[in-house]
Ligand binder design. Sequence first.
Ligand SMILES: Cc1cc2nc3c(=O)[nH]c(=O)nc-3n(C[C@H](O)[C@H](O)[C@H](O)COP(=O)(O)OP(=O)(O)OC[C@H]3O[C@@H](n4cnc5c(N)ncnc54)[C@H](O)[C@@H]3O)c2cc1C
Ligand code: FES
Ligand code: FES
Length: 508
Amino acid sequence: MSQPIRFYHRNAIREVSDASTTRTVLQYLREDARCTGTKEGCAEGDCGACTVVIGEPDAAGGVAFKAVNACIQFLPTLDGRALFTVEDLRQPDGSLHPVQQALVDCHGSQCGFCTPGFVMSMWALYEKHGHATTPAAHCAHKSVPSREEISNALTGNLCRCTGYRPIVDAAEQMFDAPAPLAPLDVAALARTLAGITRDDTFHYEHAGRRFDAPRTVEVLARLKAERPATRILAGSTDVGLWVTKQMRDLGDIVYVGQIEELQRCETTRDWIEIGAGVTVERAYAELAKQYPELTEMWQRFASLPIRNAGTLGGNIANGSPIGDSMPGLIALGARVVLHGADGEREMPLEDLYLAYQKKDMAEHEFVTGLKVPTRSGAREKLQFRTYKLSKRFDSDISAVCAAFAFIADGETIREPRIAFGGMAATPRRAAKAEAVLDGAPWHEATAQAAMLALGNDYAPLTDMRASSTYRLDTAKSLLYRFWLETRAHDPLPKHALDVRAIQLVEVQ
Ligand SMILES: Cc1cc2nc3c(=O)[nH]c(=O)nc-3n(C[C@H](O)[C@H](O)[C@H](O)COP(=O)(O)OP(=O)(O)OC[C@H]3O[C@@H](n4cnc5c(N)ncnc54)[C@H](O)[C@@H]3O)c2cc1C
Ligand code: FES
Ligand code: FES
């Protein structure tokens, strides 16, 4: 029997039974709850006008707050969670929250259309840095974010009026302001959410469509075996757009965001294991501990609200030829773990991709996780880089995405692995260039021979993001850059090439 969607919003538990399974949180807010503070700009996760904050129980018994884009999140995914919007920030006496006051004081708002979205991204940062339950306890924040962290938190919010400096100033200033009159009582919220957390699968139906949110992999496997065509939904940052932009009917949905086993991140001696439901933000944080070379890719993957919702499993399962995670993971030798009616199986990640939008994954199968080798043993000598070329530095899809890795055995190249996105119909290794590198000395002539071989590995397309010639030429240039950055003698310092500065010069 269908259960109502139960969530915390505006100081009360709400129950919704009459919304379609793909009604967005934004539609609910503006059209049903009449909370019109949250705006719609693009309806595709790009502009941030619709940013809201979701609170969900965390492993420590508290609440984790995440800024996400309400325009591409479906309402039933709120079940068991808390929803906060700009309407929640007004204080009991009608005064502004310190986040809002700082924006006023720093002249961070003009037409105001983007402002509620900025306010919510800033509020999520404010809560992250200082959870206090009383004004007295609020006098000291746990920590104050750097300007870089602030910029990172605001990558998903676009403003056409003010420019970003006053907004970033406001985000710094909000931490100096006196505490809000009524700080959020996180402990009380955690108790409230515990009261609406389900032990078993959440099952919701509307207009002949089912939405199931199982709590175990076993139940997910059973549901997929019974109804293989059921669409798996994770962070909704790809699937959401199929509804808001392509008006597709998704049919029945099974949501994996409530399955604890899929949220696991664990590092053993040999593997970093990441569950398919782990968000892109958390997955990269985990991977960057051993592979700091992934940090730039992490920061340039979409925006924080997209990374807060989107999962690594979704990126891999979608397997877009221009997805950002696959080249780096393939170069690192990652393996993908699938689960289906016949149990579990795993394979090298590159083997998952057979042709454009065609994967070695049966309809009843799903991704449970990813295994990335640790940087141990011979891999301590791994040379590894990833590069992303896109028209905008932040929040843009790649034209070309490259990853290079090899084990440096003195000057000799061992186990070279090169993978590209944007160069073929799938994320793909460069077998011919790898063959040139294997066992050769890491000299400039070797790098140049491998660059030439890339021309035999790939015949990229021309599309709106880049021409075929641009793609092939820049792929070669990126391989040369890898050589410059990792050559044994006189290597370039890691940050010698300031890509942001180069792109700015190109734009001028
Ligand atoms: C504004 C914006 C910017 C973006 N920028 C980038 C970017 O810079 N780089 C980039 O690579 N991507 C980008 N994306 C795409 C998207 O964010 C990623 O592909 C993301 O990782 C998808 O994960 P998800 O959890 O949201 O997947 P969903 O949208 O929930 O699902 C995506 C697909 O994977 C399937 N799926 C999900 N989980 C599983 C599973 N466990 N097993 C089997 N199938 C599964 C779904 O059925 C669906 O087919 C962007 C998207 C938006 C909206
Ligand atoms: S309306 Fe633009 S991100 Fe949601
Ligand atoms: S204040 Fe007008 S878009 Fe930001």
